[in-house]
Design a protein around this ligand. Structure first.
Ligand code: GLN
Length: 484
């Protein structure tokens, strides 16, 4: 059963080949069987089976949607009513959310079945899932390698066929980079497309929810269900959501793909560079044209992001003080000491580093030199994209400079870890949609991701191009050994 995609499950459920309860039980068994991947922080068996029973009734009574009865894994950054919600942090130990995030409500309304909450980097800060308080996650393609991060649990779960789809979030690359490392499809929509209500905030001006699936068709279907205006998120866009499925089959002949020369330079592994060139040849064979474009401020994307994201994080994370949620230190002298002990014991090293950087760049005397400067760079990066998109319909390049790296490899070198986001975080800074699709394997058999970046609000074009690419290639059909 688990070889099937979301669409294929939808057809099978409709035809009555199996029930949602049977399907859910199958995935719950697989999750147990592959517990050593550590892809989940929490599994919600009894709730899942109840949801599956309700879904089966809906299917029988003819009131089902395409997604009714299909299991999904939810990233533990989304608040889920009555269920432990940790965001990968000790500081939220024992926090049972009293409400559902809008993304969760929308998915529940479809009648999907939540299998559990996936492991992630603490507060989504990381590129390897190793900052999680709940331990690292293994990449099913090679269990000695990281699955990427911060949505590492979601990517590992979908790659290992422990769930047909998983939710994810992306502040600087956290959907696209793990999708690339695990041979999956991961889309981050335009900023404002999906509600952030109930999604624990890291850097509010960059955070976006999205989805990790096995192919672009499933991504389109899921994104449709998750998107739309939400009055409870002040940055939510009050715009009609395009019909993403309707344009998947459009021909891409005549579309112009921009190739930024900054994405094809030295720092990219040769296996990755070669695979991306081949992928571009495939797109040309489908009738797309290519044109060189420039993103001259690409090299300041990382420093700009690593000023702004920590600045926003330092403010967002001030709410975790031992009073309102989760963990409180056992011993302290007075109120101030309680805050200090709670935060010192409750936050991991990377989160503390970000809070310190963020507080520093926002402090009087440094604010203009760092924070305001970074805001100006952000505008320049965004303007680069606007100029590039005058010449093309979408932009292509590698998702990451390399493939999945060994566990513990970059733990002592935060800057090396940050460089993983080199091609992804400028997309968040500009608020644009981006998708990663599997486009090859390196010499060690590890997946390579092709990154497609769309114009603001134009998820349709990148989904269309990704789908057409997948119709003529089979990278998205490959499963890691032992998990087929
Ligand atoms: N790796 C980046 C960071 O650590 C991006 C994380 C994300 O997108 N949530 O901030």
């Amino acid at each position: 059963m688990h070889e099937k995609t979301v669409q294929q499950h939808a057809e099978a459920l409709k035809k009555g080949e199996y029930s949602s309860v049977e399907l859910t039980t199958h995935y719950l068994d697989r999750i147990k069987q592959h517990e050593s991947l550590n892809a989940f922080i929490t599994t919600t068996e009894s709730q899942a089976l109840e949801q599956a029973e309700r879904a089966d009734k809906r299917i029988q009574s003819g009131d089902a949607t395409t997604l009714t009865g299909i299991p999904i894994a939810q990233k533990d950054i989304f608040c889920t009513k009555g269920v432990l919600t940790t965001c990968g942090s000790k500081i939220l130990e024992g926090f049972i959310s009293p409400y559902d995030a809008t993304v969760i409500t929308k998915i529940n309304d479809q009648g999907m079945v939540m299998l559990g909450k996936t492991n992630m980097d603490e507060f989504a800060m990381g590129s390897s899932n190793e900052t999680s308080f709940y331990g690292p996650v293994q990449n099913p393609w090679d269990t000695g390698k990281v699955p990427g991060g911060s949505s590492g649990g979601s990517a590992s779960a979908v790659a290992a066929r422990l769930a047909p789809v998983a939710s994810a979030t992306d502040t600087g690359g956290s959907i696209r980079q793990p999708a690339a490392f695990c041979g999956l499809t991961g889309i981050k929509p335009s900023y404002g497309r999906v509600s952030r209500y109930g999604m624990i905030a890291f850097a509010s001006s960059l955070d976006q929810a999205g989805i990790i699936t096995r192919n672009a068709e499933d991504a389109a279907l899921m994104l449709q269900a998750m998107s739309g205006f939400d009055a409870r998120d002040s940055t939510s866009l009050d715009l009609e959501v395009p019909d993403y499925m309707a344009t998947l089959e459009d021909s891409i002949a005549g579309k112009t793909i921009g190739l930024p020369k900054e994405f094809f330079g030295d720092g990219v592994d040769s296996a990755v560079a070669d695979a991306i060139q081949l992928a571009i040849r495939e797109l040309e064979a489908l009738g797309a044209k290519t044109v060189e474009v420039e993103l001259p401020n690409s090299e300041v994307g990382i420093p700009c992001y690593y000023v702004l994201a920590p600045a926003e994080a330092s403010s967002n994370l001030s709410r975790f003080d031992g009073v309102r949620y989760g963990f409180r230190a056992g011993e302290y002298d007075d109120l101030n000491d309680m805050y200090e002990q709670t935060r010192a014991e409750g936050f991991g090293e990377e989160v503390q580093r970000r809070i310190m950087i963020g507080t520093y760049v926002l402090s009087s005397g440094y604010y203009d030199a760092y924070y305001i400067k970074a805001q100006k760079l952000r505008r320049m990066i965004s303007d680069d994209f606007t100029r590039a998109f005058q010449k093309c319909d979408l932009i292509a390049g590698p998702t990451t400079p390399g493939t999945a790296f060994p566990l513990a490899d970059k733990n002592d070198d935060p800057v090396a870890m940050y460089l993983n986001d080199i091609f992804t975080n400028s997309v968040n800074l500009a608020g644009l949609p981006g998708i990663s699709v599997g486009a090859g394997l390196d010499e060690a058999g590890l997946p390579i991701g092709l990154h497609l970046i769309g114009k603001y609000l134009d998820e349709s074009t990148i989904l269309n191009v990704a789908h057409q690419y997948q119709k003529v290639t089979d990278w998205h059909l490959k499963a890691p050994g032992g998990f087929a």
